[in-house]
Design a protein around this ligand. Structure first.
Ligand code: SF4
Length: 361
């Protein structure tokens, strides 16, 4: 099965220890024209015979790295601070993805842009199963598979999500969220999913997509895929994170919310999560270097307690209120959460903090 995105690397870096892994063999067979370079450790690429020279679009577009995840691959989700024990986790099945969103926080996180796919899939699934057994037995727990990568961008090669979805059937207290910007993923996912799996789509209005989300599928194509996946029995989430301020954003979001409801129906999305664009100092530096003509950092920002820059508070309150008003206009009972926001902003927007809203770390 090939991935449902127009991504074809030219160079594959393979760690020697997983050179004979079944997923590696399958990918190398599917990409016969690629040059293959064996490497010792994907974390030390500057010491390899073909070293990388920093973060670049060319590396992101042309190189795929196949590696062994040294583990643990299930980790507490940053910012999940509610309660004494973490109940929210992410699964590190890949680092980075072949898309190139201007705002992607991973640009400030990894030294290079090349996606790293962890092909020791049996180890990852074994660890996930053990984690579910330990954690989901003690109450509700949420697992995200789209934190350090798009959850489905490499699925056609990795098959990780297809193998992980059935595991959740035995752990009804746990939830799996597969967050993606992909289209045409319906062929990659198993039919008859357990009820505790959500496939969520990150969306921005068309103008913002054109400016900021390089190589990602058209938002309408994503919505068509969301409709098809919903018909397969999956729960659908809509993630407006980052929500962006740009000239004409009000109209853009109005149209986007309309399109979401046209494609999914009035109660078709089980939840909406909204998070204003925010950036660390490292990410800001990288965005300025890589996109000097970009306007992402043009609005007024303030440095918040967690060190991240966010839109000036009145701007983000206006952004959230406008989007929420549009959503509620279609579905007054829609479940809406703000992501990584302060108590003050929750109060300004909702009158009080919503249950399950994620505070800034
Ligand atoms: S799809 Fe997600 S992980 Fe991939 S570049 Fe865009 S923001 Fe980053």
């Amino acid at each position: 099965m090939t991935p449902m995105i127009a991504y074809r690397p030219r160079h594959i870096y393979v760690e020697s220890r997983i050179r004979r892994a079944p997923v590696t063999e399958r990918i190398l067979r599917a990409l016969p024209g690629c040059t293959t370079h064996e490497i010792r450790d994907h974390r030390k690429l500057d010491g390899e015979p073909l070293p990388f020279t920093g973060y670049s679009a060319a590396i992101k577009r042309n190189v795929l790295i196949l590696a062994h995840h040294p583990g643990p691959c299930v980790r507490p989700f940053p910012g999940s601070r509610e309660g004494p024990e973490p109940r929210e986790f992410y699964i590190a099945h890949a680092n980075g993805c072949p898309f190139d969103c201007q705002y992607c926080f991973l640009q400030g996180y990894f030294d290079h842009g090349a996606p790293v796919l962890f092909v020791n899939r049996p180890d990852l699934l074994k660890e996930l199963t053990a984690h579910l057994g330990r954690t989901a037995a003690n109450g509700p727990a949420v697992y995200h598979a789209g934190e350090l990568s798009d959850a489905l961008a490499l699925e056609g090669w990795s098959g990780f999500a297809a193998a992980a979805v059935p595991l959740f059937r035995d752990f009804p207290a746990a939830e799996l969220e597969l967050r993606t910007k992909c289209a045409r993923v319906e062929a990659l996912l198993p039919t008859g999913p357990p009820p505790n799996v959500t496939v969520s789509w990150t969306l921005t209005p068309r103008e913002a997509w054109k400016r900021c989300e390089h190589r990602t599928p058209d938002p309408l194509a994503r919505l068509r895929s969301a409709r098809a996946v919903r018909e397969m029995g999956y729960r659908i989430g809509i993630r407006l994170d980052p929500a962006l301020i740009y000239p004409g954003w009000e109209k853009g979001y109005k149209r986007l919310i309309q399109q979401i409801h046209e494609h999914l129906g009035p109660h078709g999305a089980e939840s909406f999560v909204i998070g204003g664009f925010r950036y660390s100092r490292e990410l800001g530096t990288r965005i300025r270097q890589r996109f000097p003509a970009g306007t992402l950092l043009a609005p007024e920002f303030v440095r918040c307690e967690d060190g991240k820059n966010r839109y000036f508070r009145p701007l983000r309150v206006a952004l959230y209120r406008t989007i929420i008003e549009q959503i509620r206009g279609h579905d007054p009972k829609a479940r809406i959460r703000l992501c990584m926001e302060t108590d003050q902003v929750h109060t300004d927007v909702f009158g009080a903090r919503q249950a399950g809203g994620t505070p800034p770390p």
